[in-house]
Design a protein around this ligand. Structure first.
Ligand SMILES: *Cc1c(COP(=O)(O)O)cnc(C)c1O
Length: 373
């Protein structure tokens, strides 16, 4: 879990509510779409900023058994939470010298180069001969993974296969969020060649977007991340439940005369008297600074335009559209919720939902609820 601040002693922190019921409902929908492939959960980067510990416990109770993180440290922190039958994969592989820690914890490294494969094999030989691993093939993204030629050589190597029994053969799609992109089919065809080299090994291709390409992309195990957290990975995706609600407290309300400026640089100047509210969330909480003067907060379905620059700990909205007695200091306004989705915020900020989620700051007061489901 993000360290965060514990129970708020004042009501001035931004509030981040994470609906674990909606998370589990999204998991079940994705699993039903992917079936008969199994559905894993990608919980790297603290479960995309939402808190890996509560997210993993909730998903484990919803029968999720396979989890992916990026780093060994992340896997070690979660190991105790997923039960003996759970499997934890480390996408970025294992560093030299960390093999024993990884294997002793029963964590499966995703090996992505010949050098990593050889180092893991050598390690396995010091340990009674076997240490299971996953193997990643680069089918066109040029990020991590072996090329087909190296994979073919490894597939002929009985010593390697005995030392490192392969639990999973995987690849990653570069363009799964664009279903019509020709790279998808090209990567699938390249991966079919890799699968033929390791016919006994379960295969995994699809991230969230890949699940909504056709069934050929689902393989034996799908690896959604962002869709679990409620963001549609592509236009083809089914509707998902909202997992994240972000509210900001009103710190002050004031009326400013025509000509008054607001915030650093006085970028905004009122053309007429306005009522404005200062909110207790700023860019240090992950609200994009780029939304200064263009984003909005919402209250009861009314849009409250952002004015001026986003500060570190606060920002201002124009609340003139609200009846004067409907908003008071200490009240909350919506930043992500029923009126404004995560995708809306990302689009307006020139960002992606992943970036908004993973930047949500540690000092937001996180609460976990079981509402959807
Ligand atoms: C992050 C990641 C995923 C999950 O991607 P989403 O688009 O969030 O579903 C799956 N596989 C790999 C290799 C990843 O790095």
């Amino acid at each position: 879990m993000k360290s965060g601040l514990s129970a708020p002693v004042s009501s001035q922190l931004g509030r981040l509510r994470i609906d674990l019921g909606a998370l589990c409902a999204n998991f079940r929908r994705l699993a039903a779409t992917a079936a008969p492939a199994r559905c894993a959960a990608v919980v790297k980067a603290d479960a995309y900023g939402l808190g890996a510990a509560p997210v993993v416990s909730a998903l484990a109770r919803a029968s999720c058994r396979d989890f992916f993180v990026a780093h060994l440290e992340e896997a070690l922190a979660l190991r105790g939470m997923i039960g003996a039958e759970g499997v934890l994969y480390v996408l970025n592989g294992v560093a030299r010298g960390a093999e024993a820690v990884c294997a002793d914890a029963g964590i499966i490294p995703v090996l992505s180069s010949v050098e990593q494969c050889r180092a893991w094999q050598a390690f396995a030989q010091t340990r009674g001969g076997t240490a299971p691993a996953a193997l990643q093939i680069d089918t066109g993204m040029s990020r991590l993974g072996l090329d087909l030629q190296s994979a073919a050589e490894l597939a002929q190597d009985a010593g390697f296969l005995a030392a490192a029994p392969l639990r999973l053969l995987m690849t990653h799609l570069a363009c799964a969020d664009t279903p019509a992109h020709p790279a998808n089919a090209a990567q699938l065809a390249a991966f079919a060649q890799a699968r033929a080299l390791f016919p006994q090994t379960p295969a995994s291709i699809a991230n969230s977007g890949g699940i909504f390409l056709d069934g050929a992309y689902r393989g034996d195990l799908v690896r959604p991340g962002v869709a679990l957290y409620g963001a549609a990975p592509s236009s083809e995706a089914m509707p998902l439940q909202r997992v994240v609600t972000l509210d900001a407290p009103v710190l002050q309300i004031r009326t400013i005369p025509a000509g008054a400026g607001v915030g650093y640089g006085l970028d905004y100047a009122a053309s007429a008297p306005r009522r404005i509210a200062t909110l207790g969330i700023g860019y240090a909480d992950g609200w994009p600074r780029h939304l200064g003067g263009r984003g909005a907060a919402w209250r009861g379905g009314v849009r409250l335009p952002m004015i001026g620059r986003v500060s570190m700990d606060s920002m201002s909205v124009d609340v003139s559209a609200l009846a004067p007695d409907t908003l008071a200091e200490g009240d909350l306004v919506e930043l992500i919720g029923p009126s404004q989705s995560l995708e809306d915020v990302a689009r307006e900020a020139g960002a992606i939902a992943y970036e908004i989620l993973t930047r949500l700051g540690a000092r937001l007061h996180r609460t976990y609820a079981h509402i959807g489901d």
